[in-house]
Structures are given as structure tokens and as C-alpha cells.
Ligand binder design. Structure first.
Ligand code: GUN
Ligand code: ZN
Length: 458
């Protein structure tokens, strides 16, 4: 990194603590969710300890609760990091983003399809070069961690090198990351296009066998979106997904983002009832299928996603930046057929890595439709909601005993003005709402991954 002497530090995960099952703890205000507040009373969903403690054994959370209650069970515990004016939360979950778009984030221009042609495709073509991919993966992970994101569901691009570089960097932090080779064999520049559907899916399977469940890494079958795959590629992708989905492999793609995208899908697949039906007819739906955007959806498409237990990534920053369409959480979460929803930054359509700041945008796009999205509900989307989308809600997304120790320490006083503003807020949700709305740069004090502090603001 060229910029030296920054007031923050990163450290790769040593694995030492996990190996020796060392005991340590974080003390401070703790906030976490155990259920979906869109479907349950808020009081049954939240756990909040004003003076709390999280005891970590190796890479796993051993105990959580009020400091005075929990500490009596750990008389020998001396390694306690105390965080004041902060809140300890589960690490944020980013359900959809493209690390390969980090070099072209904030490129001004046009709506989705022409933006892809003008900026995205030429940038992604550079990722055949492993060195370039490694450089981007490195800065990308630093951005995730300094924004408190501990799990991400990441698009690479066509080339094996782009997948290897991302997983290699993730493994250095021992982060739980999902990634896969992007399948795209038509309607793209030739230097980015797969040479054949068969070859592309064979490469995916090879990468899947190399990376899936290696440490905390997880593999996804990733057709970019229906317009850039032939029918044969979607069919083979569906077969690959179906044969590995019981082993926890994912399917990750885009759906219903923009009007002209949907028109294009209809012209390419006139036999399909709707856009979702294209993916359904190639067997791409399932418990670990994740669809980014879902802004323009028919009622029957929501029903299909609900029935197949698919997950949805809400990406408001990207939808605003590209000026396409807006997600309607009240439709996605309709209690008659609720869908699993998490947040996605959709870098580089989205313009910042912070999942917390996405919540500020999520609030505003709901307001455009006279809908109120509370801080509590949106914080759930950023943590446990995302974990549910990824089918990992028994491992990450909550601060609870037995969970993987991925946590963020959010600074409630990151700037002079926010510190001053906070005196007029009393409850934790009002404070976090201020933070998500005002959007400070360095609002994370520390990020813990698998029990180790991998990022800290000093
Ligand atoms: N649809 C297909 N590819 C992309 C992409 O790279 N970004 C976004 N926002 N939408 C897409
Ligand atoms: Zn995307």
C-alpha cells in the first residue's frame, strides 16, 4: 500500500488463538438479533446489554450477556478489551458485491446496461492478470474490514485467477467468504466471454472442488445474469448447482434491477413467464440461491422465491447511483410469503463499502414510497438477515454462544460533530440511526474475524 502512517492497522489472522483455544473477552455495549423483526415483535428479536461482555474461546463465542452475570463463570479471565462509547455487534454481512469493480467504483455515466459496457466489462477483462487481481483483492478486503464487514458474497469475473486471488486473500484473514467464477458466454466483449458453456462450467467445478469448505471459504455458481448466458450455460450451471447444493454450495446472480434489463430478458427468453422463471426453468433456485436487486418484481415472482427459500440482496446505493429502480421491502417481506432479505453494497454500482451506510440509503428509498424502515429492522438486515440469506444463521450474523467470533466494534463518537449530536439521542437504535444517516468515514473501532482482531483504528 502506498499510503503509509494511516491511523489504522490490519493484521492477517494468525490462527494461534483458535489453535490454543485461548480465552479472551470484549466488554462494552452489545447489540444483536436472534429473530426477524419484520415477522416478530421487536422485543422478541433483540438482545441488548448496556454493560455487556462477549467471551471468546479460540475462534468461537463462548458466552454473551451482562458483564456482572457472565464474569462470575470465568474467574481466570484477564484478557478483556474494554470498548467505551461503542457498540459491539455481529460483523456486517454483505450479500452482494463485485470485488472486480473496485477499480471503477464511482464511474459517472449512464444507467445499468450502458454503464456495464462502458466501464465494467473493460475493467473486469484486466483480471486475467493474477498480479492485478491480487492487488485488488488486497485493498478490497481492507475496505471490507475497516467498514466492519466480516462476511461477503462476492462476484469475481470470468477468469480462474480472479477467483483464486479473492479466496487466497480471504483465507489470510480466515474470513467466511463466498465467491465463484462468473459464467458469461454471450453478449459481452470477447476478451471477457467464456470460450464455451461446457468449458466454463467445468472450470467452475474445478474451482468449487479447490475452494468450497476449505477453511471458511464457500463456493458459488455465478451466472452473471440471464442476458449474458446461453441457454446451454444456464442449464449446465443449474446442473452443477443442483449436484452440490446439499454440500452448501451457492447460486448467485442478478434479478429485476432495471426496466430495459427486464425487456432484454423477455426478448431473449420469450418462452419464460417472467425473469424469475428463466432461472427457475434452469434449476437455479434453492435455499442458497441469492438474487441481487429484485426491484421490479411481479407478485408471482416473490411467491416463487419464497417457495424455493431463495434470498434477496437489497442494494440501495447501487440502485440510486445507476438510477434504475427501487427495492420495496414491504413487498419482499409480505407476511403471507416473506422472503429472506439482506443488504448488498453492490460495489461498484454501489458507491461505498459500508453496509451501515447502505441502511441510510435503504431508509431514504423506502421513504420515497411513504414507507418507514426502522433502524432496528435495517440493522437486522445488515447482520442476521444477511446470514439467513446465506443460510449461515446458525454460524454468523448474531453474537451468541457457539457462533463464529466475527464482530464489529462500532464507534458511537467517530467525529466531533457526531459525538456532539449523540448527546441528544438516548436509545441505541436512535444512535445507530444517526450513524447510518450521517455516514462517518472511520466509524469502526475494531473488527474481529474468527476471534482475532484483524482491523483496528488507532
Ligand atoms: N447486472 C449484470 N451485471 C451487473 C453488474 O455488474 N452490476 C449490476 N449492478 N448489475 C448487473
Ligand atoms: Zn451486482
Amino acid at each position: 500500500m502506498s499510503k503509509q502512517n494511516q491511523p489504522y492497522t490490519f493484521r492477517y489472522n494468525s490462527g494461534e488463538g483458535a489453535m490454543h483455544k485461548k480465552l479472551k473477552a470484549l466488554r462494552g455495549e452489545v447489540l444483536t438479533f436472534k429473530k426477524d423483526p419484520f415477522l416478530n415483535e421487536l422485543k422478541d428479536c433483540v438482545e441488548h446489554y448496556k454493560d455487556g461482555i462477549v467471551v471468546i474461546k479460540g475462534d468461537t463465542i463462548e458466552a454473551v450477556g451482562n458483564f456482572s452475570d457472565v464474569i462470575v463463570s470465568f474467574p481466570a479471565l484477564t484478557d478483556i478489551a474494554t470498548y467505551e462509547d461503542s457498540v459491539i455487534m455481529p460483523g456486517f454481512v454483505d450479500c452482494h458485491l463485485h470485488y472486480v469493480q473496485s477499480p471503477m467504483i464511482a464511474s459517472a455515466g449512464d444507467t445499468l446496461l450502458s454503464w456495464l459496457k462502458q466501464y465494467t466489462f473493460p475493467t473486469e477483462a484486466k483480471f486475467k492478470d493474477k498480479k492485478f487481481a491480487e492487488e485488488v483483492a488486497k485493498i478490497f478486503f481492507r475496505q471490507l474490514l475497516m467498514n466492519g464487514t466480516t462476511t461477503a458474497n462476492v462476484f469475481a469475473t470470468t477468469f480462474e485467477e480472479s477467483v483464486d486471488a479473492l479466496f487466497e486473500e480471504s483465507a489470510r484473514y480466515n474470513a467466511r467468504t463466498i465467491c465463484g467464477k462468473v459464467l458469461q458466454d454471450r453478449n459481452l466483449p470477447s476478451d471477457l466471454q467464456d470460450s464455451s458453456a461446457e468449458e466454463s462450467v467445468m472450470t467452475s467445478e474445478r474451482l468449487l472442488n479447490k475452494w468450497h469448505s476449505k477453511g471458511r471459504q464457500l463456493y458459488a455458481v455465478v451466472p452473471r445474469f440471464a442476458p449474458t448466458s446461453t441457454r446451454l450455460q444456464l442449464r449446465l450451471a443449474g446442473e452443477l448447482y443442483q449436484s452440490y447444493k446439499d454440500k452448501g454450495v451457492y447460486m448467485h446472480t442478478h434479478l429485476g434491477e432495471a426496466e430495459n434489463e427486464i425487456e432484454w430478458v423477455k426478448s431473449l427468453y420469450p418462452e419464460a413467464r417472467d425473469y424469475t422463471d428463466v432461472y427457475a426453468s434452469y434449476d437455479l433456485l434453492g435455499k442458497r440461491s441469492v438474487f441481487a436487486h429484485c426491484c421490479l418484481m411481479e407478485e408471482r415472482e416473490w411467491q416463487t422465491l419464497h417457495d424455493a427459500e431463495c434470498g434477496v440482496a437489497h442494494c440501495p446505493s447501487s440502485n440510486l447511483f445507476l438510477g434504475d429502480a427501487q427495492f420495496r421491502y414491504w413487498e419482499a417481506k409480505d407476511v403471507r410469503r416473506p422472503c429472506k432479505v439482506g443488504m448488498g453494497t453492490d460495489i461498484g454500482g454501489g458507491t461505498y463499502f459500508s453496509v451501515l451506510r447502505q441502511l441510510g440509503d435503504a431508509y431514504k428509498v423506502a421513504m420515497l414510497h411513504d414507507r418507514y424502515l426502522s433502524a432496528a429492522k435495517s440493522l437486522y438486515l445488515a447482520t442476521r438477515g444477511g446470514a439467513e440469506v446465506l443460510g449461515l444463521e446458525d454460524k454468523i450474523g448474531s453474537v451468541a454462544a457457539g457462533y463464529e467470533a466475527d464482530m464489529v466494534v462500532v464507534d458511537l463518537k467517530p467525529t466531533e460533530f457526531i459525538e456532539w449530536r449523540m448527546q441528544f439521542a438516548d436509545d441505541i437504535f436512535s444512535k445507530l440511526f444517526i450513524l447510518q444517516t450521517l455516514g462517518a468515514e472511520a466509524y469502526v473501532k475494531a473488527t474481529y474475524v474468527a476471534g482475532e482482531k484483524v482491523y483496528s483504528k488507532v
